[in-house]
Design a protein. Structure first.
Length: 135
């Protein structure tokens, strides 16, 4: 099973963990979050991420999901990317995360593609305007 690490600006990661526990009605295994706080030592963040990846990788790899490409959390884990073993995607959303969790028994590259598809299909305009002539 693919491990999932959330690397986000605080407190997003913990909020995503709580949302997943709500949706799935229990904590999700092999899912961790590192919430990076302002002015946190970058070396410390990288060490935390490396240790989490080691814990989460049971042989199927790890998907690291971060909030903003170019942000501190993403930059701290870029050097940990290892094609086919540790993949990183940015722009985390709840639909993206739920899709990744749902497909995490597949190969890592499939989990990455399904997570990205979840993000794309989850971002929609909700139009609640009353339309003239609508029944």
């Amino acid at each position: 099973m693919v491990g999932i690490l959330l690397m986000t600006h605080a407190p997003l990661g913990q909020a995503f963990l709580a949302a997943c526990a709500h949706v799935f009605r229990s904590p999700t295994e092999q899912l961790e979050a590192i919430d990076v706080i302002a002015d946190q030592d970058l070396g410390e963040v990288q060490a935390l991420a490396a240790a989490a990846i080691k814990r989460l990788d049971t042989g199927s790899g790890v998907l690291v999901m971060t909030d903003v490409k170019g942000g501190t959390p993403a930059n701290c884990c870029n050097c940990l990317a290892d094609a086919g073993r540790v993949e990183i995607i940015a722009g985390i959303s709840l639909p993206m995360l739920l899709r990744a969790i749902t497909y995490r028994r597949e190969a890592l590259d499939v989990v990455v593609e399904m997570a990205l598809a979840g993000a794309q299909s989850g971002a929609v305009r909700v139009d609640n305007r009353i339309r003239v002539g609508a029944a």
